[in-house]
Design a protein around this ligand. Structure first.
Ligand SMILES: [Zn+2]
Length: 139
């Protein structure tokens, strides 16, 4: 008999924790992002903690950061948490930016990372909002 490997061992998938859970590409890192939606008194927070490649990570992080910039401030408790979340998101995005391009060896192409946070209309709307609010308070 040529089979000297136990059948249950032969079909075991390789344990590989550093591929992107979204597309299967490598390299990937474990990364977390936060999103906040303020609702006057309460706020809704969402945290994502996944192993993602650069493209998928940037797609997720940029989307969540943009949403937070737009919706995170509409609550009394939310503001402080929001600042912390945005700093963490920025740190995660910077970490992803240092990662090499995904190798596209996964089961589907990596996500489209989209525009950087500072080139999105939500960021422009946020900056305009701050300017208008500052002017309104100053007058
Ligand atoms: Zn990916």
């Amino acid at each position: 008999m040529a089979m000297n490997v136990h059948p249950t061992e032969r079909y075991q998938a390789p344990v590989d924790p550093d591929y992107c859970v979204n597309c299967g590409s490598r390299p990937a890192v474990r990364i977390s992002f936060q999103q906040a939606v303020g609702m006057i008194v309460f706020s809704q927070r969402q945290t994502v903690d996944l192993v993602l490649c650069r493209a998928c990570g940037q797609a997720t992080g940029r989307k969540m950061t943009s949403r937070t910039l737009l919706t995170g401030w509409w609550g009394l408790v939310a503001v402080l948490w929001n600042l912390v979340g945005l700093v963490r998101n920025a740190r995660s995005l910077r970490r992803l930016g240092r990662l090499a391009e995904p190798d596209r060896a996964g089961w589907e192409p990596p996500s489209n990372p989209g525009r950087p946070v500072f080139e999105r209309w939500t960021t422009i709307a946020f900056v305009l909002g701050v300017v208008v609010l500052t002017l309104a308070l100053a007058l």
